[in-house]
Design a protein around this ligand. Structure first.
Ligand code: T46
Length: 165
């Protein structure tokens, strides 16, 4: 499994930093929804589900956390600790977010509106879904987008960003 991490361009000056994200330029999909989580308690694990269609970029804009990605065959743990890095999470990818620092704010840019029917919340059902839909996930196309990067200011750091779970 390749981990696709986007390194966004901070626009810094003597006042501080600013990061701007534009759909199809910095983000590989149309952003239909933004949500964020904060005040996450110690030891809490969020996520524990996959999505049939949804693609997302996770950005820990304050503090830090870790994300475990699992494509049904391989697992990787990716630390998120910089406000200018974004982790791409494809559809058909089990995700768990954990190890939140007390000040962590995890912001998510999503390709679709909220839709409970897109969730796969049972791990065995997820493994079955992977088996039956092997050609139907966006993991590969996002890797290619990030790799080509022609109109994309984002940069791919594959594999070296992850450690095995
Ligand atoms: C994901 C990870 C990274 C809404 O009403 N609208 C929304 O857009 C979202 C995301 C959630 N909710 C409600 C549904 C639940 O009652 O907020 C509550 C908490 O959601 P959930 O338990 O799904 O949160 P996480 O942190 O487990 O997962 C979320 C996203 O749901 C999920 O798509 O990939 O963050």
């Amino acid at each position: 499994m390749q981990v696709v991490k986007y390194m966004f361009q901070p626009h810094g000056d003597d006042r501080g930093q600013l990061v701007a994200l534009e759909e199809f330029k910095d983000i590989p999909f149309r952003v239909k929804r933004v949500y964020y989580m904060y005040d996450t308690g110690e030891g809490v694990v969020r996520g524990r589900h996959a999505h049939k269609s949804l693609e997302q970029i996770l950005i820990c804009i304050h503090g830090s956390c870790k994300v475990r990605l699992d494509n049904g065959k391989e697992k990787k743990v990716i630390p998120l600790e910089k406000p200018y890095e974004g982790l791409y999470v494809s559809n058909v990818m089990w995700r768990e977010m954990f190890d939140f620092s007390p000040d962590a704010v995890l912001m998510v840019l999503a390709s679709e509106l909220y839709d409970e029917s897109d969730y796969i919340r049972d791990y065995d059902a997820f493994l079955k879904y992977v088996e039956n839909n092997s050609g139907n996930n966006a993991e590969n196309s996002a890797e290619n987008n990030a790799e080509n990067g022609s109109e994309n200011s984002a940069e791919k750091n594959a594999e070296k960003e992850g450690e095995n779970a």
